[in-house]
Design a binder for this molecule. Structure first.
Ligand SMILES: C[S@@+](CC[C@H](N)C(=O)[O-])C[C@H]1O[C@@H](n2cnc3c(N)ncnc32)[C@H](O)[C@@H]1O
Length: 315
């Protein structure tokens, strides 16, 4: 049975309204998923405007292709990683665009499809790959990483305080038999957490493994840096993040691009020659309203930041 692609886009109209400053422009949704944000962007374009959707996940690209099948050449969908945005765009003859959106993390469709192995609430294979052509799954990460690497993953990507006992339990179990399912991993976590809240630990462990499998933080760093070379002066770049590790990277990158001279204040003349390349449009990140969070609990941790490329900037 083919599962319908369900995902409720977060901050949907807010993002589209901020991003689309020129209705005849070209916009890239770098994480198109089921096309919720893409549809809101498209609604704001005139017949000349164009939308390009990218996703690592072929199932997401397939769902978006179906959703936009009647839009003709106004919508182009590509399978790929947003870190390769420049070569993906060049491949379809596009040099520069007016806006880019990244809506990070996983979609509800991915989480709610047990065969994808993202969920601790349903039993499935330990997979967690967004791009299923990638050779390494969560199964390899859990069964083949050294204890030290596994512990770092749980601490750095999950901020998990029980990392050490969890890794000890994983290593003991995998010496007996390989961990191959999400159910096995949840049973093991249950045994370690004892009286502590099970699902909070599960959420942190699954998040950490997902970030490691998909190399999400390095991917984000590369993706952030890849956008500026394709963004026209006056173009906008928005990112919605869902946890502090992502948001920190986005915040620092935008701050770096918007900073001018970094010479010490007692220097009589500027020697660094750094000029701001963007202005930050969101002094504080935009958060979903209480109403949106009530209707869509997965929106609760979302933060939207957006910048605009300065008209005269180069780089
Ligand atoms: C939160 S969902 C996006 C949902 C989408 N905005 C919508 O309205 O349906 C995140 C999507 O980004 C994709 N993704 C995550 N990292 C990616 C990357 N580095 N390059 C391309 N796609 C990525 C995931 O496969 C997933 O489909």
């Amino acid at each position: 049975m083919v599962r319908p692609y369900t995902h409720q886009p977060v901050l949907c109209q807010t993002v589209a309204a901020l991003l689309v400053h020129n209705p005849s422009g070209i916009y890239v949704d770098g994480t198109v998923g089921g096309g919720g944000h893409a549809a809101a962007i498209l609604e704001r374009l005139d017949p000349v405007g164009r939308l390009i959707g990218i996703d690592k996940d072929t199932e997401a690209v397939g769902a978006a292709q179906q959703r936009f099948s009647r839009e003709g050449t106004q919508v182009t969908l590509l399978q790929g990683d947003f870190r390769d945005i420049q070569s993906l765009l060049n491949g379809i003859g596009v040099e520069a665009v007016d806006g880019v959106l990244f809506d990070l993390g996983v979609s509800s469709y991915q989480i709610d499809t047990p065969e994808r192995g993202f969920s601790y609430l349903a039993d499935g294979p330990l997979d967690m790959r967004m791009d299923r052509s990638f050779p390494v799954t969560a199964r390899e990460v859990v069964n083949q990483s050294t204890p030290a690497v596994l512990e770092r993953i749980l601490i750095d990507y999950g901020e998990e305080r029980l990392a050490r006992p969890l890794v000890r339990a994983i290593v003991r179990e995998r010496q007996r038999e390989a961990l191959t399912t999400t159910g096995q991993l949840v049973r093991l976590i249950r045994a370690v957490v004892g009286h502590r809240p099970l699902y909070k630990t599960c959420a942190r462990v699954f998040q950490a493994l997902r970030i490691a499998v998909n190399d999400e933080l390095d991917g984000l760093r590369l993706g952030l840096a890849a956008v500026l070379p394709v963004l026209r002066p006056g173009g906008r770049f928005g990112v919605i993040s869902y946890h502090s590790l992502e948001d920190r990277l986005v915040k620092h990158w935008f701050a770096q691009l918007s900073r001018g001279c970094t010479c010490p204040p007692d220097f009589p003349l500027c020697v660094c020659n750094q000029r701001p390349v963007v202005i930050v449009l969101t002094k504080h990140p935009i958060r979903p309203t209480a109403d949106e969070t009530r209707q869509n609990p997965r929106a609760r941790s979302a933060k939207l930041r957006m910048v605009e490329r300065l008209p005269t900037s180069t780089g």
